[in-house]
Design a protein around this ligand. Structure first.
Ligand SMILES: C[S@@+](CC[C@H](N)C(=O)[O-])C[C@H]1O[C@@H](n2cnc3c(N)ncnc32)[C@H](O)[C@@H]1O
Length: 249
């Protein structure tokens, strides 16, 4: 079973591939799309769930999504068709860093995909290049809520704490106009959804050779979460606007 197939099963009950519930996603989109007729780009869109929700609730929004995963993009296309929004969604199978567009975007989303650019600030630099005047960025990034264990660092690498993360963004020329820190309930719900779905799939397919692998993966991932990073991992989404240059230079 490929990594993408495992991910598809793991996210069967949690369409957003990040620890946010539906109400939080809706509120963030509300702050990111104040007009309702924006051009939206999602870098590392996965199954394009953010875009599909934006399109389904705002008939004048146009959207483009970029991801390297063919499996995820196929699912995105199916979801858009099911909701009748496929004519307003363009999907690109490509490295997010290589994406270019002749037209800028009013909103650039990148949630849980900063690794595609090598980190938070390179992701913001890429988003800035795509942004129309007055545009917004909706970015979702991990942070350490408490001092991480060595196992947590092994799982996620070096992360900043929340205050430092926001300080870095502000120093880079952005002003947060809204934010959401995932609650413990959202963080837990996401992990249970992922590893529960994968384990359930394994138990439902006892004769499938992939079932053994799926159960092992779910068991190892659940253990890594509970023993390794549950107490230290945090996730924040920020809606950003560019800070005006007031230096007069
Ligand atoms: C955690 S998922 C988040 C998906 C989506 N943003 C969401 O919130 O549901 C990260 C996504 O980034 C994509 N990705 C990873 N590296 C990438 C790259 N270099 N270029 C484009 N997409 C990439 C993965 O395929 C995956 O779909």
């Amino acid at each position: 079973m490929s990594r993408e197939e495992v991910s598809g099963i793991a996210h069967a009950d949690h369409a957003i591939k990040a620890p946010l519930d539906d109400a939080s996603v809706g509120r963030l989109l509300g702050h990111a799309l104040p007009r309702g007729d924006e051009r939206v780009l999602d870098l590392g869109c996965g199954t394009a769930e953010w875009l599909v929700r934006a399109l389904a609730t705002r008939p004048y929004v146009q959207a483009e999504g970029v991801d390297v995963s063919e499996v995820a993009l196929r699912q995105a296309g199916r979801a858009a068709s099911a909701l009748g929004v496929e004519e307003r969604l363009v999907l690109h199978r490509r490295e997010a860093a290589d994406f270019v567009s002749p037209q800028p975007f009013d909103l650039v989303i990148s949630v849980g995909a900063t690794h595609a650019f090598g980190g938070l600030l390179p992701t913001l630099a890429a988003a800035r290049k795509h942004l129309a005047p007055g545009g917004r960025v909706l970015i979702g990034e991990s942070f350490w809520d408490r001092d991480p264990s060595p196992a947590a660092i092994e799982a996620f690498g070096e992360l900043a704490d929340l205050a430092t993360t926001v300080d870095l963004v502000v120093a880079d020329g952005w002003t947060p106009v809204h934010g959401h820190v995932s609650t413990r309930a959202e963080l837990d719900a996401y992990e249970w959804a992922c590893w529960g779905s994968l384990a359930a799939w394994a138990l439902d397919h006892p004769d499938d050779p992939a079932g053994v692998q799926a159960l092992e993966t779910a068991t190892a991932a659940r253990s890594q979460w509970l023993h390794g990073y549950r107490d230290s991992f945090g996730f924040v989404c920020l809606v950003l606007r560019l800070t005006p240059d007031t230096t007069g230079k």
